[in-house]
Every structure is written in C-alpha cells, then in structure tokens.
Design a protein around this ligand. Structure first.
Ligand SMILES: *Cc1c(COP(=O)(O)O)cnc(C)c1O
Length: 402
C-alpha cells in the first residue's frame, strides 16, 4: 500500500501540533540503511530515526519476532508475567551483568525511573537527606519534568513552571566543579556515557576517574543515561563499559526496541531490594511486541562479530571525517566515538545549511547543540555505505560553502 499524500508538509502543519521543525520530504519506505521518498528518491540514512533504527529498516529478525508475538497477544498489562519481558530481561542481565530490569516506553521514562528509584533507595534506607542529583551542562535526559530538571539546558525548561528541585548542573568534564558539588547529601551523579544531543562530547579519562572515586568516597549512586549511546552504538553493548564506569542504575531506550517504543532501567540488586510493588509502574511498559523486538536486537547486537563492525565503521568514518575537516576551513574538529560521530563547525557555517545540503545529496544527517553536525548510522551499516556517506558529505560541504 502506497503511503503518501499530495502535500505532506502542509497536511502535517494542519493536523499535528507545531512542536517540531520538519523537513520537506515524504518518506514512504525504508530498507536496510536507505529511505525512499514518494518521488522514488533513495536516501542514505545516517539519522536512523535518531539512533532508534539500530539495525536499519525491515530487519528480518525484528520483523519475524514481532509477527510471532502478534500471533500470541499485543498486550496483557503488568498484572501478569509474560514471556517476551522475561526473555528480554534474562538476555539483558546476561549481557550487562545487572541484576534486575524495569521496562518502560521511552528514554525520558527510563530516566524518570532511574531518578525515582535512586531517591526511593536512599529514602527506604533512612537516608532522607540524599536528594541532590548532579548532572551536566548541555546534557539531555528527556522532556518530562524530572528528566527535564536533570537536563542541563535551561531554555528547554522555560515557561513550564516549577521544576522538581535538587538538580544541580556542572560543566561537562569539569572535575573541580563536580568535586565541589558531591558530598554526603548527594543522591546521584547522572550523565550520558557520550553527550550526544549536547554537542557529541566524550568523557575525559580524568572525569571518569573522578566519578568512580566520588562514588566510593561518598556512597552516592551513579546513573548512566545510555538512551542514545547504549545498545552497541559505542562498540560495546553499553557505552560506559568502554570507559570503565560502574553505574548503579542505567537507562536505555532508542536503539533497544529496534524501532518499537521500549525503555529499560537496569539496576543493581541493592536498589531492587529497596523497591516494593506499587512504588512505580507503567501500563504499557514492557509491551510484549516491543520486548519481542528488543530480544531480537540484543541477540543480533551480541552475535559474534557484530560489534567489530561497529568499531571498524567508526574508524573508517573518523578517518574520513578527519580528511573533511582538513579540507574545509569552517570544519573545526571531529567529535564523538563509536557510531555517534560529528564535525564541530565554526560560526561561519550554520549546521542547518550542511544538513540541508546533505539532504540534497540524498544523505540524511542531523545536528547537535553548539553547531555540530551529527551522524547516527544504523549499527549494521556496511563499509561501502560509509564510503558513500563520506563522498556525499564531501559534496554537501562543498555546496554549503558556495
Ligand atoms: C533521546 C534521549 C532521551 C529522551 O528519550 P525520549 O525517548 O525522547 O524520551 C534521553 N536521554 C538521551 C541521552 C537521549 O538521547
């Protein structure tokens, strides 16, 4: 069935709340790393639904898993145990070494879950003084109130009234500022293993060491937001593994559902021990279709050689992006790690111009804060597709410079 309208963008404007700036393109189908529009144009997709389509479009394993689950039930609620949730939780525990899993539907919900569980943990232990959660400037943790309070971007909070309190933001990789904030009243330090939306920023070695030592010294919890960087995107199943962190709580979403809405909280046993039935919950969380898709994603991402491809494609793209930075004067530096990569641009070249020029060349890329071009290819992207992306980006940068 063809799925297109005569004037997508106008009909979108007419019917959908005006909360997003949308591109004027009518996608009707995806296949692997490519998207096709209603005019038959073929785009190489290095947005991947904002890191959601970890295995590209029409992945056979995900399709089969979802169809099989559709033949059982779509949903039965969290009043009853169900097979897809249990199987996915077992797989996640085995891969990550965490002890218990809570399922929800999105990144912001996973972060809300982490925040609530961290505070409840200390509350049940009688340490009611531990309220303060330290996060980072330019971080992104989601749009619901607690996750928005955690998010280090004041502009996103503007006009939305009072926020949940006791969130403090320190500058990314500012070791001294973090040390000055953490004390015996700290509930948690919360951060992304790679700050993607905020400008594709990696953690310094010194910052990792500081977080690890503060966690030991003050007994505060460490919450790592793996919503974008998790599910294999940095070449390890969870991003923090690469940097040697030891979180107590982890949030996942985006890639883990392979295109279906799925959020995950991973927790240590000590935290699960302080939770009781009714403390937190969600009607849709751990939806059986989403969990069936998630199990297929975990199996594929953890299959032999899969993460080697992520690492190899990362090296290939980094080398190609470095060459482009050397070629174009407005391109300042390559940013990122794994398959969250980007180029920081100077003020003379607004990133939006490059994103539009790339789309003209049939390459989909996106931006990040601070005038940074960002690329999030599917994790099973091929060497040839990366070569194609770099060639298209080269042309796009040249066109944008004209
Ligand atoms: C996208 C994102 C979120 C929010 O996820 P939603 O599913 O949009 O609620 C939270 N944290 C990080 C790091 C993200 O990239």
């Amino acid at each position: 069935m063809a799925q297109f309208l005569d004037n997508f963008l106008e009909q979108d404007k007419e019917n959908i709340a005006p909360l997003y700036g949308k591109a004027d393109v009518e996608f009707v189908k995806g296949e692997g790393s490519y998207l096709f529009d209603s005019k038959g144009n073929k785009f190489l997709d290095f947005v991947a639904g904002i890191a959601v389509n970890a295995l590209g479009y029409q992945n056979a394993g995900i399709k089969q898993a979802v169809i099989e689950q559709l033949n059982h039930f779509n949903h039965i609620s969290n009043l009853f145990p169900n097979y897809p949730q249990i199987e996915l939780a077992k797989a996640l525990r085995e891969v990550t070494g965490f002890d218990k899993v809570f399922f929800c539907n999105s990144g912001t919900e996973a972060n809300e879950g982490c925040i609530k569980m961290a505070r409840k943990y200390f509350n049940r232990k009688g340490e009611t003084n531990r309220q303060k959660i330290i996060t980072f400037v330019n971080s992104f943790h989601g749009r619901t109130y607690a996750a928005l309070s955690a998010t280090g971007q004041p502009a996103l909070r503007e006009g939305f009234g009072n926020m949940p309190g006791d969130f403090v933001h320190v500058a990314w990789n500012d070791v001294a500022a973090l040390k000055a904030e953490v004390n015996a009243d700290t509930c948690a330090i919360m951060f992304e293993s790679l700050a993607a939306e905020g400008g594709v920023m990696t953690l310094s070695k010194e910052m990792v060491e500081t977080i690890n030592s503060l966690q030991k010294e003050f007994g505060c919890l460490v919450i790592v937001d793996e919503v974008q960087a998790g599910t294999g995107r940095l070449g390890t199943f969870l991003g923090f593994e690469k940097y040697g962190l030891n979180p107590d709580l982890v949030s996942m979403a985006k890639g883990i559902g392979g295109g279906l809405p799925l959020g995950v909280v991973l927790m240590r046993q000590a935290i699960a021990d302080q939770l009781k039935a009714g403390d937190h919950g969600t009607t849709f969380g751990g939806n059986p279709l989403a969990c069936a898709a998630g199990l297929s994603v975990v199996k594929q991402v953890c299959a032999t050689g899969f993460l080697d491809n992520v690492k190899a494609r990362s090296e290939q793209l980094k080398a190609g992006l470095k060459a482009l930075v050397a070629k174009y004067s407005f391109a300042k530096e390559v940013r990122g790690d794994g398959l969250i990569l980007g180029i920081a641009l100077d003020e003379s070249m607004p990133v939006g111009n490059v994103v539009a020029a790339a789309r003209n060349e049939k390459l989909m890329v996106l931006s990040a804060k601070g005038n940074v071009l960002r690329m999030l290819p599917p994790l099973n992207v091929s060497e040839a597709e990366c070569t194609e992306a770099l060639a298209k980006l080269d042309v796009a940068l040249a066109m944008a410079a004209k």
